[in-house]
Ligand binder design. Structure first.
Ligand SMILES: O=C(O)CCC(=O)C(=O)O
Ligand SMILES: [Fe+2]
Length: 318
């Protein structure tokens, strides 16, 4: 596993960078060996059950929201804090975004056998579900097309076509087909029940098609690439790249677990004028949220930043 004292850096080569700018993504890249990933996931999976130090309170059992309350577990789980700052990830992200990086959000993306795939989507401001922009780049107003965020999606378990791997459409990152100022209707009953273009897909209780700029437009799925990954590999992509995932059609215990870490340069304002998030049928206060300075320095002071987890362990010395 990497440590902050490792001298090698993992910057992208000029060829890799050119490929990233052309395609909007790069990967799969190896962060951990399969054995390292197994060991880490075993511990994280157990620790994630203990929410006593989590930034957002215990799920209210009357609200069946799938993922919002499990955001940002890197703030209370040390191995995830280390993951967010892993040089194999942040050196590559810095090749694209520059040296000073915030990780502003992490999310678990499980697909259990029988789960629907994820709708095709693009995110720029991340107002998509909450209705409020969550990112504002300098000079950008709420209605502009900004740059979104870089997402690093790491396969904590093997990710195959059967268990719901990610899909992307290369080169689609420069034009938004969705308008995040539009609204989607949340309906928990829709989860696992809708078939779109022959494939069961959804957006965790939303239908992302409701945000389409042109309601009659359809994604060009013939150009889609399925990103199968070994456990411990990651892919780095613009959130404005068209992405989705396949349903998990496997049986038994073959679940896939993706862990997304999202980065912006320190000049970006995160959650502007916002003190809580309402999405996916839930609501969380942002009072315990802070961005993590994953690399470099912050000379802007736009965002609440910590280099400490909620447990009080300095992330950068982990
Ligand atoms: O894992 C998935 O199914 C979706 C992931 C995703 O949309 C993201 O990381 O932004
Ligand atoms: Fe996404």
């Amino acid at each position: 596993m990497t440590s902050s004292t490792e001298s090698t850096d993992f910057v992208l080569s000029p060829e890799e960078l050119a490929s990233f700018h052309r395609n909007g993504y790069i990967g799969p890249l190896t962060v951990y060996t399969p054995e390292e990933m197994d060991t880490m996931w075993k511990t994280v999976r157990r620790e994630a059950l203990d929410r006593s130090h989590a930034a957002y309170p215990e799920v209210d059992s009357s609200v069946g929201a799938p993922n919002i309350f499990n955001y940002d577990r890197h703030l209370d789980i040390d191995l995830l804090a280390q993951h967010v700052c892993n040089r194999r990830i942040v050196d590559r992200v810095a090749s694209i975004l520059g040296p000073d990086l915030l990780c502003w959000r992490t999310e678990f993306f499980p697909k259990y056998p029988g789960d629907e795939g994820t709708d095709w989507h693009q995110a720029d401001t991340f107002a998509n579900a909450s209705g409020k922009p969550q990112l504002l780049w300098p000079g950008e107003s709420e209605d502009d097309f900004g740059a979104g965020t870089l997402t690093v999606w790491t396969a904590f378990t093997e990710s195959t076509r059967e268990n719901g791997c990610l899909q992307i459409i290369p080169g689609s990152q420069n034009k938004m087909n969705y308008d995040e100022t539009k609204q989607m209707d949340y309906d928990e009953g829709r989860i696992n029940s809708e078939v779109k273009e022959g494939v069961p897909r959804g957006f965790f209780g939303y239908d992302y098609r409701q945000l389409q700029v042109d309601p009659d437009w359809r994604p060009n799925e013939e150009d889609a690439v399925s990103l199968t990954m070994e456990k411990g590999q990651c892919v780095i992509f613009w959130s404005t790249l068209m992405h989705a995932s396949l349903p998990n059609i496997s049986t038994g215990r073959n679940y896939r677990m993706g862990f997304a870490t999202r980065y912006v340069p320190t000049k970006v304002r995160v959650y502007p004028e916002t003190d809580h998030i309402e999405e996916y049928g839930g609501s969380i206060s942002l009072e315990n949220w802070s961005a993590v300075l994953a690399r470099g320095e912050d000379s802007f002071g736009h965002n609440r930043i910590t280099d400490r987890t909620l447990r009080g362990t300095p992330i950068r010395s982990l």
